[in-house]
Design a protein around this ligand. Structure first.
Ligand SMILES: Cc1cc2nc3c(=O)[nH]c(=O)nc-3n(C[C@H](O)[C@H](O)[C@H](O)COP(=O)(O)OP(=O)(O)OC[C@H]3O[C@@H](n4cnc5c(N)ncnc54)[C@H](O)[C@@H]3O)c2cc1C
Length: 386
């Protein structure tokens, strides 16, 4: 019998295990693959961390999320969060930029509108027309994603958590007095069970018919000839909402342009609906050509993609997370549907899941993430559901 069983040792599960174990709970983590695997959503070198969001509640939550990451750095004595500043590029008056600025203003987070000249004076790597609005935000940066996950797991273990790798959960029996988690060979009881299973969450709680769609995502890496111009001290995180409804983002290279690294550029929010168990994890040539064409226009010094990788989004229709108790069993908690923008929240979600596990409540505003909300299709970033 454990105080808490965490299913899934990715971004959310590792943080949840850490916060629970730190507060004295007896924690078991069950992970279907090896820790640090590349088949889910949290692998790779970097993820963007930012305050700007079209929905103000995310900006508000990010204040604590940043503090939690800094706290993790100080406890682990590792550098995990790098600030680069960001430029958000869009057509003049674009709705996403306006909404993001309103959220920043409401939360008291500084930002500036730039024109094309200001952008190219500060970051001459970009080619933009005068018809662009640019939102500069100095606190944006990136997290070392894989390192964050392994750090949370290491610290959870130091606080006594047990992590079982290559142990797929086959069933959660919540109708018993105490929830029982079954694997192929064993069963475990936990006073609370926390489901942080990413792209597999919907399958494990099939009876709930959670509104989750898993999509194939791809990222391209660039290794320009003059690599110094694209390091984090000289190049920012950037995002762009294009007039034809795309949302492109880029993250400067972390460290040297070694194997597996480079400056990362990808398209957010459009991906083929897939099953995580049958997906062929090879990048598509037409996707790479599309990103290369964008780069040719916006950042021509980058040249062509050197390599690409595949990742998964688990999306809700409104792109808001699901953080709630199972509707028929308050001892089973769910954190899922992070819709391609959850990593920056992992450290905070871990704390929230720990509070919900131990106190049944949290002071953070998780109302937007309740399971029984009416899911509106997001009006933020247009998506293609095929
Ligand atoms: C290409 C890409 C770029 C992204 N960029 C950003 C970004 O810049 N900023 C940002 O904030 N977010 C970003 N995200 C989103 C972010 O990475 C995800 O929201 C986050 O990693 C989701 O974490 P998770 O723990 O829910 O899922 P995962 O990390 O996939 O973890 C789920 C874990 O559960 C395990 N599991 C599943 N089923 C079982 C089972 N039955 N038994 C045992 N274990 C099981 C899985 O093996 C996995 O390890 C990006 C995502 C992708 C794919």
């Amino acid at each position: 019998m454990y105080d808490a069983i965490v299913i899934g040792a990715g971004g959310m599960g590792s943080a949840t295990a850490y916060h629970l174990a730190k507060s004295g709970a007896d924690v078991l983590v069950l992970e279907q693959f090896q820790r640090g695997h590349t088949l889910g959503s949290s692998h790779g070198e970097t993820r963007i961390i930012r305050f700007f969001y079209d929905k103000p509640f995310y900006t508000e939550l990010m204040k604590t999320a940043y503090a939690e990451w800094r706290d993790l750095e100080s406890v682990s004595k590792k550098s995990l969060l790098f600030i680069t500043g960001s430029v958000g590029i869009g057509a003049k008056g674009n709705p996403y930029g306006r909404a993001a600025r309103r959220s920043l203003d409401a939360a008291g987070v500084e930002s500036e509108w730039w024109d094309a000249t200001q952008l190219t004076e500060r970051f001459p790597q970009f080619r933009v027309s005068n018809e662009m609005d640019i939102l500069y935000q100095k606190d944006t940066g990136f997290l070392r994603a894989a390192e964050c996950v392994s750090t949370h797991l290491q610290l959870a273990e130091q606080h006594g958590a047990t992590i079982r790798e290559e142990t797929p959960v086959t069933n959660i029996d919540w109708q018993t007095d105490v929830p029982t988690v079954r694997t192929e060979n064993d069963s475990f009881q936990g006073r609370k069970v926390i489901l942080t299973a990413g792209a597999w969450a919907g399958t494990l709680l099939a009876e709930l018919n959670l509104p989750l769609t898993v999509t194939k995502q791809q990222v391209c890496y660039y290794q320009p000839a003059d690599s110094k111009r694209f390091q984090p001290d000289r190049f920012p995180v950037f995002t762009e909402s294009t007039p034809d409804g795309e949302f492109i983002y880029g993250i400067p290279a972390f460290g040297s342009f070694n194997a597996g690294g480079g400056l990362k550029i990808a398209r957010h929010g459009r991906g083929q609906i897939i099953s995580p168990d049958t997906l062929k994890r090879t990048p598509d040539a037409d996707y790479i050509a599309h990103i290369d064409a964008y780069v040719q226009e916006r950042l021509p010094e980058l040249g062509k993609t050197t390599h690409a990788e595949v990742c998964l989004y688990t999306e809700t229709p409104d792109e808001d997370f699901i953080i709630d108790a199972h509707p028929h069993c308050s001892d089973v908690l769910i954190a899922a549907g992070f819709s391609g923008h959850g990593f920056k929240f992992c450290a905070l979600v871990g704390r929230i899941m720990s509070e919900l596990t131990q106190n049944g409540e949290t002071d953070f505003d998780i109302y937007p993430f309740r399971i029984d909300r009416k899911h509106e299709i997001s009006s933020g970033i247009p998506r293609l559901q095929s």
